[in-house]
Design a protein around this ligand. Sequence first.
Ligand SMILES: *Cc1c(COP(=O)(O)O)cnc(C)c1O
Length: 431
Amino acid sequence: MNKEYIDKILEYTNLQNVWRVKETINLIASENVMSPLALTVYMSDFMNRYAEGKPFKRYYQGTKYSDELEVMSNELMGKLLHTDMVDIRPISGTIANASVFRILAEPGEQAVIAPVQAGAHVSHTKFGTLGALGIKQIELPYDEERMNVDIDKAIKVIEQVKPKFAVLGGSVYLFPHPVKEISNAIHSVNGKLVYDSAHVLGLIVGNAWRNPLDHGADVMTSSTHKTFPGPQGGVIAFKDKDLYKEVGKTIFPWFLSNHHLHRLPATAITALEMIEFGEAYAKQITRNAKKLAESLAERGFKVIGEHLGYTMSHQVLVDVSPQGGGAKIAKMLEDGNIILNKNLLPHDPPEAVQNPSGLRIGVQEMTRFGMKEDEMDQIAEFIEKIAIKKEDISKVREEVKEFRKNYQKVHYGYSSDLINGKYVNLLNLLI
Ligand SMILES: *Cc1c(COP(=O)(O)O)cnc(C)c1O
């Protein structure tokens, strides 16, 4: 028996759990935590099983409960997104994009995407999924002043190029992309509009961000684990019936065989939480992001987007080049138990990716742990102590740990008290 390895595996996993869940201020904009109830159902026998194909039309036996749960997950997500055409099978946001892009264009055909400065995800680009599918990328023009797609110039590009589809939505963005205007333009050349809501899904279902499906998008692709605090996974929601059918035929068998069934009950529980608490959760996130931006600016940081009110999303962008650059400051903050990522800012050249001038900050996870505006001010103070005042980092780390002790419970979600006495935990069946 390889006890040494086993002990190491247990040790690292344990250290990860305690450090990242209990002791750090996590500000990674693409992460979140599930509620105790979602986590409980996530750890189920579904994680051992297969269910190729669609509910009630599977290729294997033994799927009657996953069939029910898949239909239910699609239904609940559809309720939140105002459509009855949802497919929860993509196992990630990238797979959701691949499934949709592949149907909308053949290799060699063209797509227009949001400008990279306005936050487009790598999967929208020639370096990612779009490129892997052989679809040509054309970037829409950028309006520096509005930090967004340049609408007039974008319409001209679309009319000229006549692309098969346009992609909006992104990974680093503070303000909503112009869905209505771009959808009108792309529809006028018989193309489709894809909105990738991976980052903002939790804001959309909480009515703190415009639902792109209500404003002209034909299809919405997403992850289910960023501001939407579910298990890691993907989802596609449609307004276009033909597209719904076509994409449904290709997710399996083109882009996956099994779709990781333990996501289904956990996503359904998270959807129910968003139906009940989503609005309060999303509103608090946007208030917190604005407050954090203001507080950082007051303390002398160069916060992006001041002239536009800093942010409308869960994100805050800070230019830390005066403090030594994104790479250096992100590492110093990590040593102080504040976890975030360095990021290219709209004005950075693409080559600066290893040492960009910015930090990307997301407040969704700390909001879920119950933090409000006062706590955002406290977080700004910790960041100031490390990045500007150059205080002893190990001392700040202890303060961060102490502060974090008061925010250990998941809010806006269901507790394990709802588990009825008959529920049998997978682990208990095996020991
Ligand atoms: C995170 C992200 C993705 C990719 O999602 P995964 O679930 O990590 O594959 C796609 N699009 C956008 C805009 C993202 O931010």
